[in-house]
Design a protein around this ligand. Structure first.
Ligand SMILES: CC(C)(COP(=O)(O)OP(=O)(O)OC[C@H]1O[C@@H](n2cnc3c(N)ncnc32)[C@H](O)[C@@H]1OP(=O)(O)O)[C@@H](O)C(=O)NCCC(=O)NCCS
Length: 176
């Protein structure tokens, strides 16, 4: 049976495995495999997920398909530090949807919409008026998905991946 639930520290290893499959899909074709591998080791390893899951400001939701993880979202309930983001946001207080990744087996099947719905609900329950996210400006599929999910572009920011600086759109929507 497939259901969406909050992740626990027991999920850290499976989350790292899922991140290794899905993070490269969010990168532009110009990203080097070395930079992607370094980013995985430096921020998306099992050890990192254990730390994230212990952080009271972080909520990770997972799509659990009989124990296999087929998607995850990552919400951060902290004021945006990036000045480009802080100046772009209109709906405050806002929670960051820092990651929204679905396993390719489940793309185009509505799983991402269900994960988004649950993520917006978590944000509303935490008292947020808005949700914001950054998405690579070349990730047309994700941008389309976020627009379908009610997000609008409100600005842009930079994201360093190894030796290159990537450009992200900042998108937001209201909740609740
Ligand atoms: C982003 C993601 C969660 C969306 O889930 P999904 O199941 O693919 O979403 P949907 O199929 O509901 O919506 C995608 C939309 O993009 C469209 N699309 C697909 N490929 C596209 C492309 N190359 N260019 C433009 N639009 C595209 C689809 O047709 C669909 O729009 P439609 O319903 O109007 O036809 C999922 O694709 C994913 O995990 N991707 C890899 C990781 C990633 O990029 N995450 C986001 C990081 S910010």
């Amino acid at each position: 049976m497939t259901h969406i639930r909050k992740a626990t520290t027991d999920d850290a290893g499976l989350l790292a495995g899922l991140a290794a499959v899905t993070f490269p899909m969010a990168c532009p074709p110009s990203s080097s495999p070395e930079d992607i591998a370094t980013h995985l080791v430096n921020t998306l390893s099992e050890r990192h997920f254990r730390e994230y899951l212990a952080d009271p400001d972080v909520t990770i939701l997972v799509i659990d398909a009989d124990g296999a993880l087929r998607g995850y979202s990552f919400l951060v309930n902290r004021p945006a530090e990036d000045p480009d983001v802080a100046s772009a946001l209109k709906v405050l207080p806002s929670i960051e949807l820092s990651k929204c990744y679905v396993h390719p087996e489940r793309h185009g099947l509505g799983a991402a919409a269900e994960l988004m719905h649950a993520s917006l609900q978590v944000a509303a329950e935490a008292g947020a008026a808005g949700v914001w996210l950054g998405v690579n400006s070349q990730n047309a599929r994700a941008i389309r998905f976020y627009e379908k999910s009610g997000f609008r572009k409100v600005g842009s920011k930079s994201f360093r991946l190894g030796t290159t600086v990537e450009h992200d759109f900042v998108m937001e929507r209201s909740v609740g």
